[in-house]
Design a protein around this ligand. Structure first.
Ligand code: KG4
Ligand code: ZN
Length: 341
């Protein structure tokens, strides 16, 4: 069963062809809008929707070409229905519905976060649930128990900024280009993480609460810049980046350890700690995730960077499982920008 996956929830237009029977990705293609949004220092929703409209069909053609097949070979369709930018989501949803009607193909609408959580199934060493999944991207910071495919329990979400958003906003304050996460990661490598003592949000909270918060950290960094009268350069800039990053890492590590404790009480050891989203590419975050997995005798599994960020392959794999279970979207499938998993 060949499943075509379509992703247009934010600033990447992604299409993939996934073989649901053999369980393998045939091909995927992504167009990133990062360069277009760079001048504005963030994603401009209206520009994002228009660009998806222009790119979606060429990206679809490219994915089919790379997979060596045509639309006639496709057996099912999967599209991101939410969460995301409404205008951006609508482009993918309308294309998927049109293809479904014209080609008489079954269609499912998939939650973008389910896609991130299941991207790991594209790996050869894919774990079988139950696992603990962390999604850390520019738009999301969420921790999930993945009990079985299709059965998720949200443990916590960010209450304000997503981790990647915090990286990007801080990078902007430091005069670094958008998106700044990778720049901070690079600068932090030569810095002292103990140079500046930034707050760790929600450090004291009930043991069964797993929410995240990053906006106070950004404000603390802004105050630090004001006090010292501007943005430092050289070693001091590296120290500042390392100190900020360490605070993000600590908050994520704390919630993960607490989540793992709960997980082990309820199930057993997780088969894996699964991380996805653009921020999972961060070196310091990967290091601490490996350490935490090791502490509890499990392993960290994360998709390669190109499948950690938004793509059609993760939507195809999530949709393939839903289609195989007989799930079908009705003809009035609509985008749901605030859809919670
Ligand atoms: O998953 P993604 O490509 O897009 C969505 O938000 O869905 O994630 C992009 C985010 C951006 O905020 C970017 O700054 C951040 O991931 N990012 C990083 C790193 N690489 C990308 N943040 C920290 N360290 C990195 N190495
Ligand atoms: Zn995403």
């Amino acid at each position: 069963m060949l499943v075509l996956g379509i992703e247009t929830s934010c600033d990447e237009t992604g299409v993939a062809v996934y073989d649901g029977t053999a369980g393998g990705l045939l091909a995927h293609a992504v167009h990133s809008q990062v360069a277009m949004h760079e001048a504005y220092g963030g994603v401009v929703p209206e520009l994002a929707s228009r660009d998806h409209l222009q790119r979606a069909l060429p990206v679809l053609d490219e994915a089919l070409r790379r997979a060596g097949c045509t639309l006639g070979d496709v057996d099912g369709l999967s599209v991101t229905r939410g969460p995301g930018l409404v205008g951006a989501l609508l482009v993918g949803v309308q294309i998927a519905k049109s293809l479904s009607a014209a080609l008489r193909l079954p269609l499912v609408g998939v939650n973008h976060l389910e896609g991130h959580l299941l991207a790991v199934l594209l790996e050869e060493s894919a774990p079988a649930p139950p696992w603990l999944g962390l999604v850390v991207s520019g738009g999301h910071t969420s921790l999930y128990e993945v009990r079985a495919l299709g059965r998720y329990r949200a443990l916590g979400h960010t209450l304000d900024d997503a981790a990647g958003e915090a990286f990007d906003k801080v990078a902007k304050l430091l005069g670094l280009p958008y998106p700044g996460g990778a720049q901070i990661d690079r600068l932090a490598r030569g810095g002292d993480p103990r140079a500046v003592d930034f707050p760790r949000a929600l450090a004291k909270r009930p043991r069964d609460e797993f929410d995240f918060s990053f906006s106070g950290l950004k404000t603390a960094l802004l105050q630090h810049l004001r006090q010292r009268g501007g943005v430092p350069q050289g070693q001091e800039l590296s120290d500042l980046c390392a100190s900020f990053q360490e605070a993000v890492v600590d908050v994520i590590a704390d919630r993960l350890r607490a989540g793992l404790r709960l997980f082990r009480e309820r199930f057993d050891n997780p088969t894996a700690l699964v991380a996805a989203g653009g921020v999972a590419a961060n070196e310091a975050i990967r290091k601490v995730l490996h350490r935490i997995a090791f502490e509890v005798g499990t392993v960290l599994v994360a998709p390669p960077a190109e499948l950690c960020t938004d793509n059609g392959a993760m939507i195809a794999v999530a949709g393939a499982h839903r289609l195989a279970r007989g799930e079908r979207a009705s003809a009035d499938l609509a985008a749901d920008p605030g859809w919670r998993l």
